[in-house]
Design a protein around this ligand. Structure first.
Ligand SMILES: Cc1cc2nc3c(=O)[nH]c(=O)nc-3n(C[C@H](O)[C@H](O)[C@H](O)COP(=O)(O)OP(=O)(O)OC[C@H]3O[C@@H](n4cnc5c(N)ncnc54)[C@H](O)[C@@H]3O)c2cc1C
Length: 489
């Protein structure tokens, strides 16, 4: 009997999984699945203990769901991407499979790995089927009239909507139980040895993800546009950890939102949320068309000439939530304590690090990846390059958020600040946003490490001084991005 192997990677679900579903539609074949535990590679890609904790829990949950369907999941211990290709070849031989299925991934190294693997398997006469899964609009499908990728969000979104009926965005069902079930292999917990994990409030399982999605849609989606910017409210879905690990797909989210739309008098909350899902698609498309962004390169090459600060006291204070700017510190403490941070705060913290402290955005990007439970390369890189004004459709360099006015606007009573900085709980609402002017006896909260006004001006001057460099004639020698690349490749 022919045998198909589906390789789980960033698609840790059985529902709406194009590759798994297609493999299950071959009734004449046996269906097997595998997952590679790669601690070295994960460390090199700065995957956080919080995210890996969720991944580990989810792989266990998958094993149980697949068992009910009579589909075995083989866990294999690997180290890096080069080895993963060897392991897949060995596994295919060991399990007597003659076909490999997987959903594509778009990071630079992931694509190199898959290209080499496909060449090897083709030479061995093994069929390989790859599927486009990560974004709602398949990568490569949203192009300008001239066939070029979009680099600005609004026209991308317009085109995305105009093509919506052409994408197959209806979620796929889970495979049905196999006519000839195969027993699960014995679980070897040793494969997880050396993988650092951490528990968060995000619990794995497709059922849990769908429950969160349904609750959000019923209780919060209609008012999403009014509430999403206030970190003290439960105004956003907090589905990002599920989307980042593939426990949930963008198509499933879109489908649920569309179900509600005809029954809503004012769909502005729904449309605003769909727009965020399209931002996710936009950044996946950017990574696909410009893979250099996953190699620590600024999207705008001229910004590589900026003399960013490196690690040091300012960066350390930011990492620890001890900058003396209350909203920044509260946000960074939320990240450290929960593994998650509200979107508005991600923007404020990233802009503060890159503009007021003038620290290299790549350091912030890496720190976020190392701590976020939803660390996701396209969105994290996109968000950092947006905030640093180095990216595609980025914030103009002269439009720098003032963290204090952002705090006054989006946390008016200081509820969020008080929760994460109990040292400041005694302050009045109107003062809670402000840095301390002098030490207060008995209060351990630090004085501000930077003057917001002069540091803002310094950033503007530095950007103003940049010359323009053409992307194609980019002749840089050793730059900060090269240094990062050699560390992480
Ligand atoms: C500096 C910075 C770093 C970021 N790093 C990440 C990251 O590592 N992983 C990540 O998933 N998102 C990242 N984002 C985007 C955004 O902050 C999070 O997706 C969002 O806060 C997740 O919360 P939520 O699930 O409640 O979002 P909701 O508001 O409910 O949005 C629904 C989903 O849409 C997607 N989404 C929302 N906003 C964005 C956005 N601006 N860009 C891309 N996708 C978006 C997410 O998948 C999110 O779960 C980053 C943003 C910034 C500014």
């Amino acid at each position: 009997m022919p045998r198909v192997l589906h390789w789980f990677r960033g698609d840790l679900r059985i529902h709406d999984n194009p590759s798994l579903y297609a493999a299950s539609q071959q009734p004449e074949s046996d269906l097997l699945t595998c997952f590679i535990v790669s601690p070295d590679q994960w460390q090199r890609h700065d995957e956080s203990a919080a995210k890996l904790g969720l991944v580990k829990q989810q792989v266990n949950a998958l094993q149980e769901s697949l068992q009910r369907l009579g589909i075995p999941l083989y866990l294999v211990r690997g180290s890096d991407f080069n080895e993963e290709a060897d392991l897949i070849c060995q596994l295919l031989a060991q399990l007597h499979c003659d076909q490999l299925n997987f959903n594509e991934e778009y990071g630079f190294n992931e694509r190199k790995r898959d290209r080499r693997l496909v060449e090897r398997l083709q030479a061995l006469g093994i069929r390989v089927n790859r599927y486009r899964d990560q974004s709602i609009a398949p990568v490569g499908s949203v192009l300008t009239q001239e066939g070029r990728p979009y680099t600005v969000f609004t026209p991308f979104k317009k085109r995305w909507y105009s093509l919506l009926t052409t994408f197959d965005s209806a979620p796929l069902p889970a495979p049905s139980r196999r006519a000839h079930p195969i027993k699960q292999p014995a679980v070897d917990l040793a494969v997880w040895h050396a993988v650092q994990t951490r528990e968060t409030t995000f619990i794995a399982g497709e059922v849990n993800a769908h429950h969160r999605l349904a609750t959000f849609i019923d209780d919060h989606l209609p008012a999403y546009d009014q509430q999403r910017d206030f970190p003290a409210l439960d105004g956003t879905s907090q589905l990002s950890p599920y989307l980042a690990t593939g426990i949930l797909s963008g198509r499933q989210c879109l489908h649920q939102a569309f179900q509600l739309r005809p029954h809503t008098a004012n769909p502005s909350g729904i449309d605003c949320w769909i727009s965020e899902l399209i931002w996710r698609d936009f950044y996946i498309h950017i990574l696909y068309h410009f893979p250099d962004v996953s190699r620590h390169r600024a999207f705008k090459p001229e910004t590589e000439q900026l003399h960013w600060q490196g690690e040091g006291r300012a960066f350390d204070a930011w990492c620890q939530g001890k900058t003396g700017i209350p909203i920044i510190d509260a946000a960074m403490r939320q990240l450290l304590q929960t593994g998650w941070m509200h979107n508005r705060l991600r923007m404020i913290c990233a802009m503060f690090l890159t503009k007021n402290l003038f620290v290299d955005w790549r350091l912030g990007e890496r720190f976020f990846m190392r701590h976020l439970v939803d660390g996701y390369l396209p969105a994290n890189n996109g968000g950092w390059q947006w905030s640093a004004s180095t990216g595609t459709d980025a914030a103009p360099y002269f439009r720098i958020f003032n963290p204090i006015s952002q705090s006054e606007k989006f946390d008016p009573q200081g509820r969020f600040i008080r929760h994460y900085i109990p040292e400041l709980a005694f302050r009045r609402d109107k003062d809670i946003h402000l840095p301390l002017e002098r030490p207060i006896p008995g209060c351990l909260y630090p004085l501000p490490i930077v003057d917001l006004k002069t540091s803002r001006q310094h950033a503007i001057d530095a950007f103003k001084a940049l010359g323009r460099t053409d992307r194609s004639s980019d002749q840089r020698q050793t730059t900060q991005s090269d240094l990062f690349r050699s560390l992480n490749d």
